[in-house]
Design a protein around this ligand. Structure first.
Ligand code: NAD
Ligand code: UDP
Length: 352
């Protein structure tokens, strides 16, 4: 690692006077790892619409070709089936690193692989290094790596709502640790690459996000409730249903990620909707939206389930000029129409 000027935390990430990316907007080449997944595919849509060239790197563990196939044939779009734990050299300007199993069911499926794919950042960052090394002009343009971390770094939080300055309350040996600790390690590595090698980095801490193209059976609460209500099955509430989460619509998240990538601040930034709901309240919203007669069935809760979660987004408001626009009661119907079409089969995939 060379010694380069840097600043810590959410200070300016551009201390060397490089030209901000926002001023050189046209024609960037951008890698989105995990771009065939739920969030990644919506991000890809926005980047392509903006005129950038996008390379999706995905191993299809939870992602689907259907999420991005509407871009097939577009010369600005490429899809590479690849596992990010293996090396890959690409010439790029920006990397959005999303590849990682994200739902508890999926990340617990192969926990060792989860901690490796969330925390082993050398390969995604090496993409950046390769290009920096070969094309010095890229460094001048300010090549950037954005990590999608998670509200899970706060664990079962003792501070409420959670600010970015809170260090969290995480069980290091629990069943969720592969994800929580994997992302915490990823944040550490990202900052160490920044401090040690001068890589321009951004860190987003994403709170629970929902919307079209979520995996239908990934076990997350919003996708479970929506699919269950549509299938006329009972809504499965785990525990007493009094635990809380804050649900963000996917377009708000994508806007936040792009502002973070283009802006001057490293983060970490909480990206989430501060509207806080108990799981019982969420079930009520799903009943109102889909089926007022949907029954509720209580099930035992999962181990180490955080009791509450709500982002303090003051930092993102102030430094990114960002806040969510779509309330749960507005966003849920948009997701429901996508789920209805996918479950009952009258849908052109990827069209949302
Ligand atoms: P997703 O499962 O829909 O997408 C993840 C994508 O990564 C999938 O396409 C999957 O196939 C791919 N992937 C997984 N492991 C890979 C590997 N080793 N190599 C290549 N590709 C791989 O999940 P999502 O909800 O879109 O989440 C995207 C990112 O955002 C994840 O990093 C997740 O941790 C983070 N995040 C999401 C939420 C949320 O509520 N959706 C909340 C916090 C953080
Ligand atoms: N949950 C629930 N019913 C379900 C799935 C999840 O009540 O069918 C609860 C789960 O116990 C947790 C909350 O919903 O308290 C959010 O779970 P999810 O897996 O969506 O996200 P995370 O726990 O990662 O925030």
């Amino acid at each position: 690692f060379s010694s380069v000027p840097h600043r810590l935390g959410f200070g300016s990430a551009n201390p060397t006077g490089k030209i901000p990316l926002g001023l050189k907007r046209k024609g960037l080449r951008i890698v989105v790892t995990g771009g065939a997944g739920f969030v990644g595919s919506h991000l890809v849509d926005r980047l392509i619409a903006r005129g950038d060239s996008v390379i999706v790197v995905d191993n299809f563990f939870t992602g689907r070709k259907e999420n991005v196939m509407h871009h097939f044939g577009n010369p600005n779009f490429e899809l590479i089936r690849h596992d990010v734990v293996e090396p890959l050299l690409l010439e790029v300007d920006q990397i959005y690193h999303l590849a990682c199993p994200a739902s508890p069911v999926h990340y617990k499926f192969n926990p060792v692989k989860t901690i490796i794919s969330s925390s082993i950042l050398e390969n995604p960052i090496d993409l950046l290094f390769a290009f920096n090394f070969l094309f010095v002009s890229l460094t001048e343009a300010g090549a950037r790596f954005l990590l999608t971390s998670t509200s899970e770094v706060y664990g079962d939080p003792l501070q409420h709502p959670q600010k970015e300055t809170y260090w969290g309350n995480v069980n290091p040996i629990g069943v969720r640790s592969c994800y929580d600790e994997g992302k915490r390690t990823a944040e550490t590595l990202t900052m160490d690459y920044h401090r040690g090698a001068g890589v321009e980095v951004r860190i987003a801490r994403i709170f629970n996000t929902y919307g079209p193209r979520m995996c239908i059976d990934d076990g997350r609460v919003v996708s479970n409730f929506v699919a269950q209500a549509l299938r006329k099955e009972p809504l499965t509430v785990y525990g007493d249903g009094k635990q809380t989460r804050s649900f963000q619509y996917v377009s708000d998240l994508v806007e936040g990620l792009m502002r973070l990538m283009e802006g001057e601040h490293i983060g970490p930034f909480n990206l989430g909707n501060p509207g806080e709901f108990t799981m019982l309240e969420l079930a009520e919203v799903v009943q109102e939206t889909i089926d007022p007669d949907a029954k509720i069935e209580f099930r035992p809760n999962t181990e180490d389930d955080p009791h509450k979660r709500k982002p303090d987004i003051s930092r993102a408001k102030e430094l990114l000029g960002w806040e969510p626009k779509v309330a749960l009661r507005k966003g849920l119907p948009l997701m429901v129409s996508d789920f209805r079409q996918r479950i009952f089969g009258d849908h052109k995939e990827g069209s949302n």
